[in-house]
Design a protein around this ligand. Structure first.
Ligand SMILES: Cc1ncc(COP(=O)(O)O)c(C=O)c1O
Length: 401
């Protein structure tokens, strides 16, 4: 049986995605695009985003976990998928046998992979992640040149790429970004002198694509947040007209009109008076709408911005409508759409995802990643629904998505 879609939905604008993809590609013309699809494409739905980017000409995808790789593979995505992190042996082996591109960040791990590949009589495609200043997962060695030469001396590995990751590309100061790029460049040249070269060399994330889209020696880039139409921070160059891809909407399911003083929600933190009108909207922290927006968040309704009243519960929020009217005198009604995030304050009154992130003292990444699978994703092209992803039925598309 087909279950009706909930009114609470994440609308995913594929035209916006396309436009962002093209704008970012134009920043680094001719470079291969490796979209970051980890965390379910930052909450946008990895399969639909992968299909779209595949059509747009992406070369490869980047994910963080083995399961994310299998979701793409089982969903029919044929492009190579790079798993960005080193893995435990059982994970690496399952991913390797299924054809994932694995990341090497130490000689020890490279040896394990090489031994496994030789036992299996396969050649494993890999890329080396170099720590140039992220200080997390990359290859960190007093002598990276020798470490990489030793990795190249191992058998059964096809080492197709060298990549690194910026730790401060979203900050205004670019000194450390340049330091990281310079150390990559120096090593890449030294390796080339020893006869070691790579099909792909990539480093830029969104901040670097926007601010320092340098090409030497890079021939690829890995956009994440900017692909989804959001800037990594307020400090980067924000002139590129990126368009937010996700907009979360819901509908007013009930309106309470009070004839006496009362309180709304857990903890009784919001008091109402006779004449108050309070709307109930079916979204809560169980969907990833942050509880920290209790008594602080705003939602959009017909171009206006209305306050969240009381605590955000697991499944619902309350909105104070008491003084709300459109310029021609209409009041909000049951069934009306409200915009929770990804809105345009001047057009629909809804908060932007960055507004929500600021209220939560976090980054936009955490907000879109946090909208969880209970919220159906509705894929839109030219305003028409071309696909859907639900918790129960997974991802379905119709026609050419
Ligand atoms: C290794 C790696 N590359 C690329 C990205 C994409 O970064 P951004 O979303 O800032 O573009 C990430 C995301 O954190 C990452 O971890």
């Amino acid at each position: 049986m087909q279950v009706p879609l909930r009114p609470t939905r994440a609308l995913i604008n594929l035209d916006a995605l396309r436009s962002n993809y093209r704008l970012l590609s134009a920043q680094m013309p001719g470079a291969v695009v490796i979209p970051a699809l980890k965390a379910n494409a930052y909450g946008h739905g990895a399969l639909a985003i992968a299909q779209e980017c595949q059509e747009l000409g992406a070369t490869m995808f980047a994910v963080a976990t083995v399961e994310e790789f299998f979701i793409l593979r089982d969903g029919g995505i044929s492009l190579p998928v790079l798993i960005l992190q080193e893995l435990f042996a059982e994970e690496a082996e399952a991913a390797a046998l299924a054809g994932a591109v694995l990341t090497i960040a130490s000689l020890k791990y490279a040896k394990q992979l090489s031994e496994f590949a030789s036992r299996q009589k396969i050649t494993l495609t890999t890329q080396i992640n170099l720590d140039t200043g992220m200080g997390r997962m990359g290859l960190h060695s007093a002598n990276p040149l020798e470490a990489i030469r030793a990795i190249f001396a191992l058998g059964s590995l096809n080492i197709e790429g060298l990549f690194s990751h910026f730790s401060t590309s979203d900050e205004a100061g670019k000194t450390f970004v340049q330091t990281q790029m310079a150390s990559f460049r120096t090593l890449s040249r030294a390796l080339a002198e020893k006869g070691i070269s790579f099909r792909y060399q990539h480093m830029a994330n969104s901040g670097a694509i926007l601010d320092t889209p340098d090409r030497d020696p890079f021939n690829g880039f890995r956009p994440g947040i900017a692909l989804y139409g959001l800037f990594p921070s307020t400090e980067v160059n924000r002139t590129l007209p990126l368009a937010p891809v996700m907009k979360v909407v819901s509908r007013i399911v009930k309106i309470n009109e009070y004839d006496r003083p009362w309180t709304v929600g857990y903890g009784r933190t919001y008091a109402v008076n006779p004449g108050s009108r309070i709307a109930i909207v079916p979204i809560g922290y169980g969907d990833g709408y942050p509880r920290g927006l209790s008594n602080r968040g705003k939602v959009g309704w017909k171009g206006q911005s209305l306050p969240v009243a009381g605590r955000v519960s697991m499944d619902m929020i309350a909105i104070d409508l008491t003084r709300t009217r459109t310029p021609d005198g209409q009041k909000p009604q049951v069934g009306d759409e409200v915009i929770l995030l990804g809105g345009s304050p001047k057009i629909d009154g809804g908060p932007t995802t960055e507004d929500i992130a600021n209220l939560q003292e976090t980054i936009a990444y955490e907000i879109t990643c946090g909208i969880n699978a209970r919220v159906p994703r509705i894929y839109l092209r030219e305003g028409r629904m071309v696909g859907v992803e639900t918790l129960r039925e997974g991802y379905r598309s119709w026609g050419s998505i």
